[in-house]
Design a protein around this ligand. Structure first.
Ligand SMILES: NC(=O)c1ccc[n+]([C@@H]2O[C@H](COP(=O)([O-])OP(=O)(O)OC[C@H]3O[C@@H](n4cnc5c(N)ncnc54)[C@H](OP(=O)(O)O)[C@@H]3O)[C@@H](O)[C@H]2O)c1
Length: 293
């Protein structure tokens, strides 16, 4: 069966995202305590996953040059260049230190270096979409309020120079979205959101009205798989996996939500793409809507 991928979401800027995308972060390997570091455990399978995603119609792949570092971008280049019909969505705002940490790096000069590094490792003249990753906070993945005019302005300048086609934000709050939009248009905001982590309900609706895609990262819980008795119960009733239910719920939640589940296995990729065609009855949706609230 051909997957629908949940259809597409077209942004006000005219960028069309298949609602099922692919998140490439965990294609990089790990080295003791350093996660997302070094080469993948199975390089051949990593390349096959990327090609299978695009062959199935996925038209956006999420990455960053700090994954690996460089490893994920280089895999993507090997698998997908010259990128016919697929947008590579990268992010800047952090670098890696020798311990595998992810210190912020958002001075204009640092951002220019990161854009150049992404251009080099992806092997392109212009980057399709660049997200400025901002937040941090105690958990490392939540928005921290404050002006982003300087770093976002630096990326807007690079867009004017033709090095970036479209801009987005990651790990931000509503005020930061509004500030960025006063500087340059956005096509996407990428934040942590899944059935058990629901902080952005209001923001998703606002972005929908503005024609901006909300890209949900960690749709399956990231490094800590989603745990929810309700999710388990619904999955059991429908004869589906919890992962398929979690992805389908996201795609039912709002038309501007796009998902970027990550996997290092072609079999899991196929399951995740098929999840967009799992119908969730109204009672299951209502039950799942109450999780995480
Ligand atoms: N902007 C940010 O700050 C930020 C932060 C984190 C992540 N992200 C982006 O979000 C994307 C997704 O994040 P993620 O990959 O860490 O988390 P995720 O998509 O929530 O979950 C990935 C995990 O689920 C497993 N998995 C996936 N499909 C499965 C299936 N069908 N059955 C069983 N297990 C399955 C994967 O293992 P297997 O490899 O074994 O399938 C992997 O361990 C990343 O690739 C990255 O691009 C962005």
């Amino acid at each position: 069966m051909t997957n629908t991928l949940g259809g597409t979401f077209a942004t006000a800027e005219g960028v069309s995202f298949t609602r099922s995308g692919y998140g490439a972060m965990q294609l990089a390997g790990s080295d003791g305590a350093r996660r997302v570091w070094g080469p993948p455990a199975d390089r051949g399978e990593a390349i096959r996953v990327l090609r299978a995603a695009v062959d199935a119609g996925v038209n956006h792949v999420d990455t960053a040059d700090f994954y690996g570092p460089h490893v994920t971008n280089e895999l993507i280049r090997e698998a997908l260049a010259p990128y016919d019909g697929v947008r590579i969505v990268t992010k800047v705002g952090s670098v890696r230190d020798a311990d595998g940490g992810w210190p912020a790096a958002r001075a204009p000069e640092q951002l220019r270096d990161q854009v150049e590094s992404n251009l080099r490792t992806l092997g392109v003249e212009a980057l399709d979409v660049v997200n400025l990753r901002v937040g941090g906070g105690p958990d490392g993945h939540s928005a921290v309020s404050g002006s982003i005019a300087e770093p976002f302005g630096a990326l807007a300048d690079l867009r004017e120079q033709g090095k970036i086609k479209h801009l987005g934000l990651s790990v931000v709050d509503g005020d930061q979205v509004a500030e960025a939009r006063s500087i340059a248009p956005l096509v996407t905001v990428q934040n942590w959101y899944n059935v058990a982590h629901r902080g952005d309900e209001g923001l998703i609706a606002v972005l929908g009205e503005q024609g901006i895609a909300y890209t949900a990262f960690w749709p399956l819980g990231g490094f800590s798989p989603l745990q929810s008795g309700v999710l388990d119960g619904v999955a059991q009733r429908l004869g589906a996996t919890t992962k398929a239910v979690a992805l389908s719920w996201l795609l039912h939640r709002a038309p501007n939500i796009v998902v970027i589940p990550g996997t290092s296995s072609v079999a899991h990729l196929r399951e995740n793409l098929a999840a967009a065609d799992l119908d969730l009855p109204a009672d299951a949706l209502a039950e799942l809507d109450r999780v995480g609230k």
